[in-house]
Design a protein around this ligand. Structure first.
Ligand code: GLV
Ligand code: MG
Length: 314
């Protein structure tokens, strides 16, 4: 399983060369260069060329490089894939397929990628897939979608299209619909995406928060999906990047604690030959180790370093 850090996934319209340039200086974990909904129909073809040039000539060191192609109900998808991968396949980590509603759509992209990789001397299977779930049909088919290709790396929630698909009564993406006073209207969708992702070893990514100036609103929705276990969230602005990088990384305390659990458990099982031991006042066992592994992996991916060390019991 490929585990890239994706705390912040920056959307960059492929038709805007100024943004394509500017994005290279921003500290997002992932950048996705968009050919879909942020690009006007008349600008689609020029956007392909811009995106290929930006991948080829830009400096994206340390970032996961993704291109979002158009969805399969349009006439653009196959040419998006062919032009982007032929032009810059060796400078690309994943393609994002929007509005996925059926496992067959992911299988189609997998087969096409294999063809283009073979024809261009690229390693077969090298380019991953991110699948956006943004309709009732996509959500209902999510388990089959999640199992559709070994190239899949993430399931991504698309709240704007999703809200339209189910007729949710609000136009403000990510905010609770007026009149819904109990709980969180997005909980079911987020949980369903998370379950499918975890069941098939994929990352779960939350979508955009469109009110750019409302950083508190962004933080609230980001904390909500981070608390459930989501790996990251889309960002549309530099201020959102900082917040997402912080919110989706474990805190220093949690990270230190996780590394301590791993050391203490290793010591207990390998030196003392016991399966459950005390770490301070806390009982830890194999299940604690599994939880600690997740937090430690996220912390290391986020560049945290330990501030405490393990002292074996005397
Ligand atoms: C993103 O694509 C969304 O529809 O929210
Ligand atoms: Mg969408």
């Amino acid at each position: 399983m490929r585990m890239r850090s994706r705390r912040s996934c920056l959307a960059v319209p492929g038709s805007n060369t100024r943004f394509l340039e500017k994005a290279q200086g921003l500290p997002a974990d992932e950048v996705f260069l968009d050919l879909e909904d942020s690009v006007a129909p008349q600008a689609k073809e020029q956007a392909r060329a811009n995106v290929v040039a930006a991948l080829r000539e830009g400096d994206w060191t340390g970032r996961t490089r993704v291109v979002r192609v158009n969805d399969l109900s349009t006439k653009w998808t196959y040419r998006d894939v062919i032009e982007v991968v032929e032009g810059a396949g060796d400078a690309l980590d994943c393609l994002m397929l929007p509005k996925v509603e059926d496992a067959v759509q992911v299988a189609w992209l997998d087969l096409l990628l294999t063809q283009v990789e073979k024809a261009n001397g690229l390693p077969v299977g090298g380019i991953g897939i991110e699948a956006q779930i943004e309709s009732a049909r996509g959500l209902v088919a999510i388990e089959a979608i999640a199992a559709a290709s070994p190239r899949l790396e993430t399931l991504v929630f698309g709240p704007a299209d999703f809200m339209a698909s189910i007729n949710m009564r609000t136009l403000v993406v990510g905010r609770q619909p007026p009149g819904y006073t109990e709980g969180d209207a997005y909980h079911y969708v987020l949980m369903r995406i998370l379950m499918a992702a975890r069941a098939f070893g994929l990352q779960a990514i939350d979508g955009p928060y469109l009110q750019i100036k409302d950083l508190d609103g962004f933080a609230l929705t980001a904390h909500r999906s981070a608390a459930l276990g989501f790996d990251g969230k889309w960002v549309l602005h530099p201020t959102q990047i900082e917040a997402a990088n912080e919110i989706f990384a474990p805190s220093q305390d949690d990270y230190d604690h996780a590394e301590l659990i791993l050391d203490a458990y290793r010591h207990a099982t390998e030196v003392d030959l016991r399966g459950a031991v005390m770490l301070g006042e806390e009982m830890i066992d194999e299940a604690s180790r599994k939880m600690a592994l997740v937090v430690a992996a996220k912390g290391r991916a986020a560049g945290l370093t330990r501030t405490t060390s393990f002292q074996p019991p005397a």
